[in-house]
Design a protein around this ligand. Structure first.
Ligand code: GDP
Ligand code: MG
Length: 434
């Protein structure tokens, strides 16, 4: 989606002064891009109508940077479409808070129950995981495994009825001082009466403070249909959108809110426990627009490196004085932040780098090459001539081709950084732009 949108905006920007028909043309492309991203027809149509109305206003066309204005409107409307502000878990007057996870089989309920527990734990809470999926023998075992990883106790009663299990778990939580109870319920391949009946029974018995529907973003519009059905039948409080790491289209993220009126509360970004993020519509909008998600990146960096380092990095990106020393630093931090691909996907333009370019094993080689350079060479890679290349290759146990490849890639990276650091400021506290 972001590739398509970037292309449409690039054409707009190339034009300078815009006419009404330029905007119409761009909006047609935006609508096609949305449809291709599996956004529902109605949502795409309403969205484009909304943006056009604002964009064709006289101020936009007559402003000095009309294309920027249009992009700004698209960004704002994308954000609004996904819900304006972030939403957290509810906290009931009387603990424990009961979070009921529901959804189809394979959506990621069990994984995300543990991720939530892990997150709550880090915030100082005392969650309890509850095994309400009694139909597959492996389900309880799976919850125990991920529960252990999250350092969270798992309450189970074998194949007793899920309603009974939920009820007993609540009593258990009160006795043991657990302030969050997370119910991992059973799923089905498709929505059926029996499943809904069971979920309704659990709901009326334990009165969850949050019913969270777990949906797989990779299923696109299907995810949205599932969300609508669950909301109609059961009533949900919010959505956890999983496997966003594998979703290149973004269609589900865009339409869930518009179709159900229910907020996306969290997004799953991978299989590991830490791959859970609160959902920020404004950040998702920038991600979709291909601006990258610099805020998330910096926040992620902050949890791993000091605030100061993160600021230094932001400053460097801004001033475009990013050199090979910084690349080496970043690579060290990246190792603590998740996969390089994850990190790159958050950088502006990073989604244009293909996964084939990112072989984690090659990272070690890159590090070795940079280590074999002198300080001067790292600061000014341009001075690296053929004889220096031979020296560096020999010193790092690599070949001149390896050195060349690194330098070429670094140059590409600098170009990306340049593109983004020359962009005008955009939005509050954000230094990224188009
Ligand atoms: P459940 O049937 O709804 O309980 O689904 P599970 O929690 O067992 O997850 C099904 C599969 O999806 C597992 O292999 C998970 O590792 C995987 N999975 C879950 N969430 C994510 C995610 O956010 N990203 C990725 N890449 N995989 C995920
Ligand atoms: Mg499960």
């Amino acid at each position: 989606l972001s590739d398509k949108l970037s292309a449409a905006f690039k054409r707009l920007r190339a034009k300078g002064k815009l006419s009404e028909s330029d905007i119409k043309e761009a909006m047609r492309e935006v609508r096609l891009a949305l449809l291709e991203a599996d956004v529902s027809y109605k949502v795409a149509k309403d969205f484009v109508a909304q943006v056009s109305e604002k964009a064709i206003g006289a101020q936009v066309l007559e402003s000095l940077t009309p294309a920027q204005q249009v992009i700004k409107i698209v960004n704002e409307e994308l954000t609004a479409l996904m819900g304006v502000s972030e939403v957290r878990l509810k906290s009931p007057k009387r603990p424990p808070a009961v979070v009921m996870m529901c959804g189809l089989q394979g959506a990621g309920k069990t994984t995300h129950s543990a991720k939530l527990a892990n997150m709550l734990k880090k915030q100082g809470h005392r969650p309890l995981l509850v095994a309400c999926d009694i139909y597959r023998p492996a389900a309880i075992e799976q919850l125990k495994v991920v529960g252990a990883k999250a350092n969270t106790p798992v309450f189970e009663m074998g194949t007793a009825s899920p309603v009974q299990i939920a009820k007993k778990a609540l009593a258990h939580a009160r006795d043991y001082g657990n302030d969050y109870v997370i119910l991992d319920t059973a799923g089905r391949l498709h929505i059926d009466e029996q499943l809904m009946g069971e979920l309704k029974d659990i709901k009326s018995t334990v009165e969850p403070s949050d019913i969270l529907l777990v949906v797989d973003s990779m299923t696109g519009q299907d995810a949205v249909n599932v969300a609508k059905s669950f909301d109609d039948a059961l009533g949900i409080d919010g959505v956890i959108l999983t496997k966003l790491d594998g979703d290149t289209r973004g269609g589900a993220a865009l339409s869930v809110r518009a179709v159900t009126g229910k907020p996306i509360k969290f997004v799953g970004m991978g299989e590991k426990l830490d791959d859970l993020e609160p959902f920020y519509p404004d950040r998702m909008a920038s991600r979709i627009l291909g601006m990258g998600d610099v805020l998330t990146l910096i926040e992620k960096a902050q949890t791993e490196v000091s605030q100061k380092d993160a600021e230094k990095m932001a400053e460097k990106l801004k001033k475009n004085s990013f050199d090979l020393n910084d690349l080496l630093d970043q690579m060290k931090q990246v190792k603590n932040m998740g996969s390089l691909q994850q990190v790159l996907s958050m950088l502006p333009g990073g989604n244009q780098i293909s996964p084939d370019d990112i072989d984690e094993r090659r990272l070690a080689r890159i590090e070795a090459i940079i280590h074999s350079m002198t300080a001067k060479e790292r600061e000014k890679p341009a001075i690296i001539n053929p004889s220096r290349k031979r020296r560096i290759a020999a010193g790092s146990g690599t070949t001149v081709q390896d050195v060349n490849m690194l330098l070429r890639q670094f140059e590409q990276m600098q170009k990306l950084v340049k593109q983004f650091s020359h962009a005008p400021k955009h939005g509050k506290g954000r230094f990224g732009g188009m």
